[in-house]
Design a binder for this molecule. Structure first.
Ligand code: FMN
Length: 316
């Protein structure tokens, strides 16, 4: 698969996820075999207003490459300026979010709201492609609802407008996360475009990764399953090479990674925020071990790293 100068065969991508795919988690997934990672979406308006939280979101490091910065918005001058600012961090990709379903974004005409105004999306893509040498890509859904599936025409428009790749979460906006992602669309979309197609939605196992590739898509993007099992990237790569399952990580390995991830979270966010934002990861790292619910409850009460690490190390 080729996006600009980026060439990767059958890439496994970490999905952009708000309040999840921060620098710490991206580095963890990178270490465990994610080929491309993305920042969580950042509002173009917040970027151009220099809001510190927004600028922190688009700050990337060389260790995370290749990496895409994802931005959300629908105002062409604001998006263009946000791209110019994002370019200072030299991302490998700038991705336009056309899939966010939340009322806050979609009902304001951005994120999945752009599925309701495809001519505007076309003008946005063309303007951004013109504004930067960084490859512009698009991440979207099948359409607004099941009666308004636009992905086949949209995919062609995205390619013709100069975008270098398309990622499709195979649900509609009204589905949010309900129902099942319909991967059969990936085969149909692939027939319409020659830019890389990255499939997304409900990939939870190594078998799913292989099944999604067999639809004909060029890359596979994994979101929620990576939160509970960041090893999924190396497990999937191993499975695709050998047709065998890697042994799952044992408790010591899980705890070691959990501690490493926690320390990174604190490194990039400071002690209190780093510890609090990390809480969503305990259930994934500790899943399957006895007494987890009680331990998780205890860990949730701490606001400092030291007692958490002590508790975790006691487990090994
Ligand atoms: C907590 C959370 C935050 C998300 N934030 C973003 C985001 O910032 N940008 C985006 O394009 N999609 C976002 N998504 C959607 C995911 O990127 C992905 O499309 C979706 O979760 C389906 O993939 P999965 O089944 O592998 O999780 C988010 C999803 C979740 C669960």
């Amino acid at each position: 698969m080729k996006i600009g100068s980026l060439k990767i065969n059958h890439p496994l991508c970490l999905a952009p996820m708000q309040d999840v795919t921060d620098q710490a988690f991206r580095l963890i997934c990178k270490k465990l075999g994610a080929d491309i990672v993305y920042t969580e979406f950042t509002s173009s308006e917040a970027i151009i207003r220099n809001v510190p939280r927004a600028i922190r979101k688009i700050k990337i490091t060389d260790a995370e490459r290749p990496i895409g910065i994802q931005i959300v918005g629908n105002n062409i001058p604001a998006l263009t300026e946000a791209v110019r600012i994002s370019d200072k961090f030299k991302p490998d990709i700038i991705d336009i979010n056309c899939g966010c379903w939340t009322k806050r974004h979609a009902l304001r005409g951005e994120g999945a709201g752009l599925l309701k105004d495809i001519p505007l999306l076309e003008r946005i893509i063309k303007a951004l492609v013109k504004a930067t040498k960084t490859p512009i890509t698009v991440k979207t859904r099948l359409g607004w609802d099941k009666n308004d599936i636009v992905i086949l025409d949209l995919a062609q428009m995205v390619e013709q407008s100069g975008a270098k790749a398309l990622t499709v979460h195979c649900r509609t906006r009204t589905q949010k996360y309900k129902g099942k992602a319909d991967w059969s669309w990936l085969t149909k979309i692939k027939k319409k475009i020659s830019i890389p197609l990255i499939g997304n939605g409900d990939v939870v196992s190594v078998e799913d990764v292989q099944a999604m590739f067999s639809t004909g898509c060029d890359g596979v993007m994994i979101g929620r399953a990576a939160v509970s099992n960041p090893w999924i990237f190396q497990q999937a790569r191993h499975f695709m090479k050998t047709a065998e399952n890697m042994p799952p990580p044992g408790l010591p390995e899980k705890i070691k990674l959990c501690i490493e991830h926690l320390k990174l979270s604190v490194k990039y966010r400071g002690e209190t925020e780093g510890v609090i934002i990390f809480r969503k990861f305990y259930s994934g790292y500790l899943r399957g071990f006895s007494g987890v619910a009680k331990l998780r409850g205890e860990l949730m009460l701490f606001k400092q790293t030291a007692p958490i690490i002590k508790k975790l190390e006691e487990l090994i």
